[in-house]
Each structure stands twice: as structure tokens, then as C-alpha cells.
Design a protein around this ligand. Structure first.
Ligand code: 0O2
Length: 214
């Protein structure tokens, strides 16, 4: 999408530009496409292993407010062009799996899928964020048909375990993006809880393996 203009050639606000039909078709299509590809892989894995893998999947287009905030944080002007070129997660999908090994297996299949152009991985499971946040992020392009033309749209697919999701959701509610900075002791406790949860995650996986072997 080039420079968007509205009535009498005046530049559109980010909110108006993101509300345009073509933008919604592109990014809404990308969310749908990434979700369908992911669900297809999971269905095949669930049939192969004869157990449930997916706990939940959701998708969203980032709101103009959130896009604006992120661009400002990155030191960029708040324009549609910057949003499209600088942000990886205008289209975002979040996948929650029951177990840690499923997170990596799903990521492996996504990366080599014919309908996915894999760009980059951010492994916050191996290297958690300073907050304690853990998740595996894949940045990839997925195909979308817009006005009879195929386009590849950048999408962020966040994959994590149910336990990681539990931590992230509570952190999101209590601390993440809050204007008031939490104290050092609260930050330390949150990191510690992330570690406790992570240990339980590993133990649950080993429990499942013991049960699988019965
Ligand atoms: P929201 O509301 O979830 O959309 P980059 O441009 O790639 O260098 P970017 O995009 O900031 O940097 O990517 P990063 O840091 O890899 O991942 C950002 C996303 O991860 C966030 O999106 C959150 O969804 C999630 N995330 C990262 N850190 C935390 C954390 O400490 N706690 C929680 N709960 N989630 C986290 P947004 O756009 O910030 O938010």
C-alpha cells in the first residue's frame, strides 16, 4: 500500500488508513490464512499422536492505538507506511499448546510449510524477556488473495504452552503496558513465578511421556 490519501488528497490518519477495506482485507486475510495453516498442521499432528495438542488459538489485527504506540516507541513517525514496514505483528496469531514439545514441533512444521515464507524466529523460551515472558515467536509471510491478486503478508505467530499463557495473561492484566512502573520486588516475583511455572511445564511433559510409555 502506498501513501494513503483521503478527500481532496489530504493524508489519512493512521486510524482511517487502517480502517480502509483493502487494509482490512490484507491483514484480516493474513490472520485467517495463518490460523487455517496452523490448525491444519495441528489436526495432522493430533491424528498422528492420537492426543489433543491445541489448547487454544486466536488472531487479531493490531489496533491503530497500539500500532501508534509501538511506532512512537521505535522512534518512527506514526504513518501507515512505517506501520507496514516496521512492525511484524499488525497481523497476529496466538497458539496455545498443552505441552512444550508440541510448541517446537508445530514451529518446525510451520517453518517448512509450503504456504509459509518463514522470516525469523524469536525464542523467548530459551531466552525469556527481562519480565520473565516466555513464548516462541515466528515471523512469517502468509498468502492472502486481495482483489484477485495473491499477496504475502507479514504475520507474527506466537506459540506457547498453556502454562506460559497463564503467566503471560496475568502479566498482561497486572503489569505489561501499564503506565505505572511496578517495583523491583514485584518484577522479581513475576520472574520467579515464570521460573516456577516453567519447571512445572517441564515436569508435566515428563509426566505425559511416562503415561505415553505405559
Ligand atoms: P500485544 O498487545 O500483545 O499486541 P520487534 O519489532 O520485533 O523488535 P516487538 O514487535 O516488540 O519487537 O516484538 P517482541 O518483543 O518480540 O514481542 C512483542 C509481543 O510479545 C508483545 O506484543 C506481546 O504480545 C508479547 N510480549 C512481549 N513481552 C511481554 C511481556 O513481558 N509480557 C507479556 N504479557 N507479553 C509480552 P505487543 O505489541 O507489545 O502487545
Amino acid at each position: 500500500m502506498g501513501e494513503e490519501t483521503g478527500w481532496e488528497g489530504t493524508p489519512l490518519s493512521l486510524e482511517d488508513a487502517m480502517g480502509q477495506a483493502q487494509f482490512l482485507e490484507m491483514y484480516g486475510g493474513a490472520v485467517q490464512s495463518a490460523m487455517e495453516i496452523t490448525k491444519g498442521i495441528i489436526e495432522r499432528l493430533e491424528a498422528k499422536y492420537r492426543r489433543e495438542i491445541l489448547s487454544g488459538i486466536s488472531g487479531r489485527i493490531k489496533t491503530p492505538e497500539s500500532v501508534g504506540r509501538k511506532l512512537i516507541k521505535k522512534g518512527c513517525d506514526v504513518t501507515l507506511e512505517n506501520a507496514v514496514s516496521r512492525l511484524n505483528d499488525i497481523a497476529g496469531v496466538r497458539v496455545t499448546c498443552y505441552f512444550l514439545d508440541d510448541v517446537y514441533e508445530l514451529a518446525r512444521h510451520l517453518k517448512k510449510h509450503s504456504q509459509v515464507r518463514f522470516l525469523k524466529e524469536k525464542n523467548y523460551i530459551e531466552k525469556p524477556k527481562a519480565s520473565g515472558y516466555k513464548s516462541l515467536h515466528l515471523i512469517a509471510e502468509v498468502p492472502v488473495t486481495v482483489q484477485n491478486r495473491e499477496m504475502w503478508i507479514k504475520t507474527e505467530i506466537q506459540i506457547r504452552t498453556l502454562a506460559m499463557d497463564f503467566w503471560a495473561r496475568i502479566d498482561h492484566r497486572l503489569c505489561y503496558k501499564k503506565e505505572v512502573k511496578s517495583s523491583k520486588s514485584i518484577q522479581k516475583d513475576l520472574r520467579e513465578y515464570a521460573e516456577i511455572i516453567s519447571r512445572v511445564d517441564v515436569q508435566m511433559l515428563s509426566l505425559r511421556k511416562r503415561i505415553d510409555a505405559l
